[in-house]
Design a protein around this ligand. Structure first.
Ligand code: DGL
Length: 263
């Protein structure tokens, strides 16, 4: 099936999932939507998050995608209440599965947005996978936005990373879930500050599970090498350039679109 895979994020964060799709599912076409204009979603109400996510899902369905990878953890926390006619893949579920498998002890750290941590989605998802695991979480209300559009502010970036991870690290945590799609973009910075921490990027497992699903349902693209990766943003396209360069991401189109209130 040549229909594209849709990827939804609040900003540039989900480009890390696009990179994984290009690696793990190289035949697939991709349509990406990042709502940079309205981010950070993590500081918004759940009602707003659901409203924006439903609009993006409609946009992607209009583009005829066959499935949607919700790269945004904050949106994934609301997955049960989203409206879609195509299958939705939550990043949270796969982040928990991967971390539970890779952790060498029963203590796992989580860094995510305020809305994700407050929703408790990682706690109850992990509880179902392994009730013996203790999850130690911390949020950041500023880090995602800095990664999205102020990456040149290196000092602020390091300060916010430290503020977010130190309280978890001090509790002798060895495995850390990057529970916001923006965080894998700064994986190298985090590694340089906390070299002993094992970092879990949930997008990799999410895409592996998506692959299994597509093959099982005969929905994978067998015909040709992925012809296109279209990236849509609601904000200035220039915001994307830094992340695209950093990830060395290949794409065929980058376009700014408006998401109107009544859409
Ligand atoms: N992309 C969002 C996530 O993965 C975080 C960024 C935001 O707050 O908009 O949770």
């Amino acid at each position: 099936m040549q229909r594209a895979i849709g990827v939804l994020d609040s900003g540039v964060g989900g480009l890390t999932a696009v990179k994984q799709i290009q690696k793990i599912l190289p035949n697939e076409n991709i349509i990406y939507f990042g709502d940079s204009l309205r981010m950070p979603y993590g500081n918004r109400t759940y009602e707003e998050i659901r409203e924006y996510a439903n609009k993006i899902i409609k946009f992607l369905e209009y583009k005829n995608v066959k499935a949607i990878a919700i790269a945004c953890n904050t949106v994934s926390s609301q997955i049960e209440s989203l409206k879609a006619t195509v299958p939705l893949f939550s990043i949270v579920k796969y982040g928990c599965m991967q971390a539970a498998e890779e952790a060498e002890d029963k203590k796992i750290g989580l860094i995510a947005t305020v809305a994700t941590v407050k929703s408790g989605v990682y706690d109850y998802t992990m509880e179902k996978i392994n009730p013996d695991i203790e999850l130690i979480s911390n949020d950041s209300s500023r880090l995602p936005k800095v990664i999205n559009s102020q990456m040149e502010n290196i000092l602020l970036l390091y300060e916010l990373i430290k503020e977010c991870i130190d309280p978890i690290y001090k509790q002798n945590v060895k495995t850390l879930i990057l529970g916001c799609s923006h965080f894998p973009i700064i994986e190298n910075e985090i590694k340089s500050m906390y070299p002993s921490l094992k970092l879990i990027d949930p997008a990799e497992r999410q895409v592996k599970e998506l692959k299994k699903y597509l093959i099982r349902n005969n929905m994978d693209n067998k015909k040709e090498n992925g012809k296109f990766t279209h990236l849509y943003t609601t904000a200035d396209m220039l915001e994307y350039v830094a992340s695209i360069k950093r990830l060395d991401l290949k794409f065929t189109k980058l376009e700014e679109v408006k998401l109107m209130p009544g859409d």
